[in-house]
Structure formats: C-alpha cells, structure tokens
Design a protein around this ligand. Structure first.
Ligand SMILES: C[S@@+](CC[C@H](N)C(=O)[O-])C[C@H]1O[C@@H](n2cnc3c(N)ncnc32)[C@H](O)[C@@H]1O
Length: 212
C-alpha cells in the first residue's frame, strides 16, 4: 500500500484553504467557541504536516480571539509508517523551508540530527489513527467542525469520490466546514451542504439545524 500511494505533503500546502479555515473560526459565534471544543479532522493526513498546520492555525485563531485553545485535531491515514512518523512530531528542518519565520519560531524546537519538533502544547492537541477512507462507516469520528480532505480523492473514481464525500458530510456537525482539494469533485453538489463561494477553494458548509 505504501508503495502504491503518494505521501507527498507539506506544512501550509494550500494557503487559500487554510485562510478559509481561519476565517471560518474567526467568524464563529464567540459563545460557541467558548462552550465547545472545535474538532478538526485531516483525512489522508500522510506524515502529519496537514493536521499540525490545522492545529497551529486553530491556535492562532483562538489566541487572536483571546480565547483558551479549546480544540482538537485528528489525523487519519491508511499508511502505518506515515502515521508513525506523524505521531513522532519530528520533521527534517528542510520541511520548514518557505514557512513564515514567526510561525517556525513559535511552533518548532530544534531536535537532534538537523530535525525540528513540534512544540508540546500543539502535539498534545493532535491525535492520529490509521483509517482507510473506504471504511468510513466504521469510523468513530462525528460532530466534526472542520473536515479537511485534500489530495486523497484523486486516487478514486468519480462515483467513489461522491460516496466518500457523502460519508464525510455525515460526520460534520451542523454548520461544519468541509474542504477538499481544488478540482477533486466536479459537477456534483453533495446533499445537505452549501458551497462556500470561493474561486480558489473547494469547500462547503453543512446546513444548520438548530445547533446555534
Ligand atoms: C498525497 S498525500 C496527501 C497528504 C495531505 N492530505 C496533503 O494534501 O498534503 C495522500 C495520502 O492519502 C493516503 N491514502 C491513500 N489511500 C488511502 C485510503 N484508502 N484511505 C486513507 N488514506 C489513504 C496516502 O497514504 C497518503 O498519505
């Protein structure tokens, strides 16, 4: 499986999508953010750069709002070696090339052998699990506020992508945000979701019931 899949990833890979996530958090009702932890899920998280990026962003957003960092991020992937690497929180220093210096200084510490490690306060908010996206019906995740699934659907045929997206939508909380990779789902509107108007990001919000 590891030989068949591409695990390429990097921190802040899709800046437009991450900006959308920040905006989403910053415009949520303050009382909701205070009352309930924000739950984010990176589906097909590879070696962890994406879920750690989400955690850094959520932390920045909460701080910007002068709120306690009440959030959790789950990263899932089919590959055990990728999940093991993600869990270590250790990355080659080269992986941070191009990242904002202030963010590097805030969230990483030097480690042995030209590596860097994610700081503990972020690591403790991110957990990882092995999960095949084709087995979503057995996945324990539910009530997610943010589901981020990029560069994974490309492996599947169109009908399968739709099935996966339907299952992901079921795992969203009302008002939750689903972000896919640009162009990964075309000519189809997932039921129960409303498209976020954006030229650069493929995202939907789950229609509200009476949650907020
Ligand atoms: C190109 S990486 C994307 C990483 C990250 N989401 C990003 O955009 O930077 C694709 C990941 O999908 C994972 N993957 C492939 N098939 C999968 C499946 N059936 N279930 C879960 N993960 C899968 C691979 O192991 C790999 O880590």
């Amino acid at each position: 499986m590891d030989r068949l899949t591409v695990q390429e990833t990097r921190f802040f890979r899709d800046p437009d999508a991450f900006r959308l996530v920040s905006d989403y958090v910053l415009t949520r009702p303050r009382e909701t953010l205070k009352r309930r932890p924000l739950e984010a899920w990176s589906v097909g998280c590879s070696t962890g750069e994406e879920p750690y990026t989400l955690a850094m962003l959520l932390n920045e957003s909460m701080e910007g709002l002068s709120l306690q960092p009440l959030f959790g991020v789950t990263g899932s992937d089919i590959s055990k070696p990728a999940i093991d690497k993600a869990q270590s929180g250790l990355f080659s220093a080269r992986k941070l090339m191009g990242m904002d210096d202030a963010m590097k200084a805030r969230y990483f510490r030097p480690a042995e052998r030209n590596n860097v490690e994610i700081i503990e306060s972020i690591r403790e908010r991110v957990c990882f699990t092995r999960l095949n996206v084709l087995d979503l019906k057995h996945a324990p995740m539910h009530g997610m506020n943010i589901i981020f699934c990029q560069n994974l659907l490309i492996y599947f045929r169109r009908w399968r992508r739709r099935e996966i997206v339907k299952r992901l939508a079921e795992r969203l909380a009302p008002g939750g945000l689903l972000v896919l990779g640009q162009g990964e789902l075309t000519d189809w509107q997932p039921p129960g979701l409303q498209r976020v108007p954006s030229e650069h990001v493929l995202a939907w919000i789950k229609r509200q019931t009476d949650e907020e």
